[in-house]
Design a protein around this ligand. Structure first.
Ligand code: NAD
Length: 257
């Protein structure tokens, strides 16, 4: 019997085998979880995700742009048809226009700000709304943040503001969902890892170089370590833990930039 035997959930944000969502999903699968996955609309996106999810026997792999309420509704409707109840949601989704990540922060355009906040923060609230009646008691919601939420990190720009809102969202959602459904909500604040999204952050290589010079463990983290922490937070191992931001960053956050 694995830690996640008999548990079912939704994983939002697998794009390829470097995705942090995929590292978490791999640990959940190893422990016996059954999962539904989304992908961005388009055949290429679907092929990339199915290459990973077909071998683990995922029954639900569907398009869902988290900026579109109709698509979110359809996606969770299909999950409901298949599962009836769910034990977890992993939300590992973020987006900001390239300009907003490469220009100076003060130049951020209203449209770019709104889109980044919508996809990177509001989408967690939207997903919880659609899943609300499906949550089993003790279910767990997990999202992914970064230190740029609470400290200035060069180049992180509007995404830092989105992550600050996301971390606050974790606290407010945990209060409501804990009260109404006994559902837990947490975030992992991960150290830098090479992924599709991180490639878009201006000066990401500099961030990667900086961590080993300052972090207490004198290294960067491995994406695997986000996977392991994800398993802890999604499983009953963390049954008394909610509303928290959990740093998985080799201790870098205690030092700061
Ligand atoms: P990734 O590119 O693999 O994952 C980001 C995902 O967001 C992709 O699957 C992409 O398809 C999805 N996405 C973007 N716009 C979307 C939309 N409109 N609708 C639905 N999905 C959409 O990169 P990642 O680094 O694994 O990112 C996962 C999460 O981890 C993000 O929230 C990111 O900010 C966070 N994070 C990453 C790092 C890092 O260094 N890689 C560090 C800390 C936090």
């Amino acid at each position: 019997m694995g830690l996640m035997s008999g548990k079912r959930g939704v994983v939002l944000g697998v794009a390829n085998d470097h995705s942090l969502a995929w590292y978490i999903a791999s640990y959940l699968h190893r422990e016996g979880a059954e999962m539904a996955f989304n992908h961005l609309p388009g055949e290429k996106m679907e092929r990339r995700v199915r290459k990973l999810t077909d071998p683990i026997g995922a029954k639900i792999v569907l398009p869902c742009d988290l900026g579109n309420d109709d698509e979110i509704e359809t996606f969770f409707g299909k999950v409901r048809d298949q599962y009836d109840q769910i034990d977890f949601i992993v939300h590992a989704v973020a987006f900001a226009n390239r300009d907003a990540l490469t220009n100076r922060f003060w130049e951020t355009r209203r449209e770019d700000f709104k889109q980044a906040m919508d996809i990177s923060c509001y989408s967690l609230i939207a997903a919880c709304q659609k899943a609300y009646h499906m949550f089993r008691e003790g279910a767990s919601v997990l999202t992914l943040s970064y230190l740029g939420a609470v400290k200035f990190v060069p180049g992180y720009n509007v995404m830092g503001v989105c992550k600050a809102a996301l971390e606050s969202t974790v606290r407010y959602l945990s209060a409501d969902l804990g009260d109404l459904r006994r559902v837990r909500v947490n975030a992992i604040s991960a150290g830098p890892c090479r992924t599709l999204s991180s490639a878009g952050i201006g000066g990401f290589d500099k961030i990667l170089e900086h961590y080993p010079t300052k972090s207490p463990l004198r290294r960067n983290i491995e994406s695997e370590e986000v996977g392991k922490a994800g398993l802890y937070l999604v499983s009953d191992l963390s049954s008394g833990v909610t509303g928290e931001i959990h740093y998985v960053d080799a201790g870098y956050n205690i030092v700061g930039w």
